[in-house]
Ligand binder design. Sequence first.
Ligand code: FAS
Ligand code: PHB
Length: 389
Amino acid sequence: MQTQVAIVGAGPAGSLLALLLHQAGIEVVVVERQSRDYVLSRIRAGVLENGTVELLRSAGVGARLDAEGHVHTETGIAYRAEEIFYFDIGKYAGSQFVSYGQTEVQKDLYEALDAAGVPILFEADDAAIHEPTGEHPYVTCVHGGEQVRIDANQVVGCDGFHGPSKDAIPHLRRYEKTYPFGWLGILSETPPLEHLIYANSERGFALCSQRNPMLSRYYVQCPLDDTVDDWSDDRFWSELMARLPQHVGDEIVTGPSIEKSIAPLRSFVAEPMRHGNLFLAGDAAHIVPPTGAKGLNLAVSDVFYLSRGLVRHYHDGDDHYLDTYSDMALRRVWASVRFSWWLTSLLHRFPDQTEIDQRLQEAELALIQTSDRAQALLCEQYAGMPFES
Ligand code: FAS
Ligand code: PHB
């Protein structure tokens, strides 16, 4: 096969990039290891920054998001048992975010890619990237039992943390921090709370979120060696309530979980995000703990920067944004990695934590609660900075 841009991975990053490039008249082929249904079955992010929403709208996939997404400006932080305050990204950052599941974003992207006839090779095994620094890099894989070779001008690794693309970059700098706990998340077909609420509790972190007016998403911090079998629904609900202020817990409508999973937390950055004609985007290049709701939004900002560079390359022969892609994307990546690490460190209970550590966390939360300037800084980062021009 011959194309202009070969993309490895059809998660949100690969799918959105493929759609934007196709809309700019650039030929793409996408190679995805899993089946379409498997990708659509994954329950992941739930918060879309305004920049993400705007880009999805500009790609023509914002209609359902606008109809079904829940717009927020205020988010709660509970601590010291009964304390709670709301930071307002509308007031301090002139912004808003939308609760709309990554699964729904993925459905909307696949629908648009299908309508545009963009080729996605699902269930493609053994994808490998060849000659990334050559004029004509190529991707090989096994699809439908056949060896496939895709010759391209550029290859983009959108294959997530466990994908092969970053390994094709020699002397790649890897920065990694793992956290000594995980997030146990459930979905329940119950009405959610009005606002997202993060909780710092002596028993551990908790988060109340949502997907739609009849689908709630909740999380509690759990030990890394726990499995979902250790957590009955009853145990989950009682632990969630124990970590929230009484009046918040009283508002929660419980019900049977329809999905239950445990995700490990890590911070990871791979540098650089370009090697010749190979580019990395999304989780292929970086991972953040979900505390700051940055993972999906960072993937989208990478796609914004890279699609702009590729369109300028093909339309005007101008390589400025391709040549500056890695540095520009990494500025936002490191800002988000730091924010996600900071908020994770502030809200979670670490196994080796002592009483003074808990009090120091509570003192910092009290400072944020009482300082306009501290809240402005938090809001600016939670809302997501504007994309660099
Ligand atoms: P993805 O990992 O989504 O997609 C990569 C794609 O590449 C996958 O479809 C994979 O099958 C494919 N692939 C991998 N290897 C391949 C190969 N060899 N050949 C071909 N294809 C290959 N972010 C938040 O903001 N909030 C959250 O609450 C949140 N929760 C998360 C929970 C979990 C369990 C995980 C894993 C992530 C979570 N994230 C969250 C982060 C997540 O949303 C990512 O940031 C987002 O999926 C990034 O999108 P992509 O970069 O497209 O990577
Ligand atoms: C979610 O709704 O899944 C969610 C919301 C906020 C976060 C992380 C996850 O910080």
